[in-house]
Ligand binder design. Sequence first.
Ligand code: BES
Ligand code: ZN
Ligand code: ZN
Length: 490
Amino acid sequence: MSKIEISAQSGKDFTGDALIVPVFSGRERHRLPLAISKVARLAMDEGDFKAEYLEMVPLHHPNGVKGCRWILLAGLGDEEKVTLNKIRKAVGAAVRFCMKKGWKSIGLLSPATSNMEPSQVQTAALEGTLLADYDFSAFRSKPEATRLERIELFTNNDDNRKLRRRQAITEIGVAANHLVRDLVNTPAADMYPESFAAKAKALAAENKIAVEVLVPEELEKDGFRALLAVGRGSAHPPRVVKLDYTPSEKAKKHIVLVGKGVCFDSGGLSLKNATDMETMKDDMAGAAVALAATIACAKAGVPVKVTAICGLVENMPGCSAYKPGDILRSRSGKTIEVLNTDAEGRLVLADLLHWASEMGADHIIDLATLTGACLVALGDGVSGVFGTDQKLVERILDAGAIVGEHIWNLPLVEEYRELLKSSVADIKNITGSRGGGAITAALFLKEFVGASSWAHVDLSSVWTTTEKDYRTAGGTGEGPRWLLELIAGQ
Ligand code: BES
Ligand code: ZN
Ligand code: ZN
């Protein structure tokens, strides 16, 4: 059952722990319900609250507002400069503040602006609230932040039909985001190829998605030699999960999502240093995003066939591990000289992309925490996208902008292809230099997609070390929301 109540009231009679009051700087406060406006004006007139974007001031038992213990003024900044994403983030930050205080019963006033369509503004506020309402407490004795029990959204408007229609899809997107955070945050001791596959199977069954799990013998028979090589140094054997969501009506299109699912990336024999290894349980984020997005599409009933293939391996330096100097014959027949076992994601994806290219789909999108270089280039708030089909790339950029997840187009510089030339095989898995690492990795993948309409997303924004607005530290869960937006719009 949803914990959200949508109310046509103004919010002045809210009873509960805290009422979040989003406020624009300047004159807007006068549009608040009178009792609340008085309280806000006091704080603003005395200069303690300027309503700058992300500024927050809690007021305890304010005079004239009886039902709730706290009012939390949340700044939105200049009304002329407001965006849906600023609303998501400012409200998200306010919700995180409440959660850390242990306030569980929350009221939220719709930001009042005539600059945007009200149901869009309200949906953004709701989305920010729900995205923030996350806590990975499975391994803590005491949660760091308490989950909300009840959220009442006050629209001050009798007609909330548009908002209610958007609510369902918003909740589906947020659930997918939280699923990715859970999968990514779970330690590699608990989240390894078999356990990821079991989880995917259970979720597929719940959502009436066809699922198939390929084990090493089957992968061997079908030629996934590059993927199998990466997994050889681990006690946990690889799995490949294939999910198929088929809509009830005739599908308009077929999209294949390909996910890098390296459940732990130690680097293999080309071992990472201790610091670089710290976060490498997140190297299965691509597979998590592909899985969660497919579930979201099924829940939303989008009229598009979606196939997800997740390549699940653990990259470890065990005694059977693949070695620098090895030459792998990939599923496509192309041979790959391995010079660094830490450039393993592209080997897993080489076999998966070749398989995907045989499916006759309209588009292939791969999702992978592929390079540290992309993270260096764009930081942990922006993912990179490359592609052979610029229209598809543009649609991905648009989808990201709509849902407020940053994606930036990087170029497939053809001249760099020669850096991947091997003296003994068709291609090598690293170049001799560090420059353009995200680009050369993408060029490597391109060798395996044939003539498909293909995009590759280097997921630098799936992990963050610091909490900010609705993002919690650790897995950010970014990916499924823009994929749902993209696929639903096909
Ligand atoms: N999983 C890493 C990429 C990565 C590193 C993503 C840090 C996010 C944060 C990938 O398998 C890897 O190790 N790539 C190497 C490639 C290099 C050896 C050519 C890298 O980026 O250093
Ligand atoms: Zn690696
Ligand atoms: Zn990796």
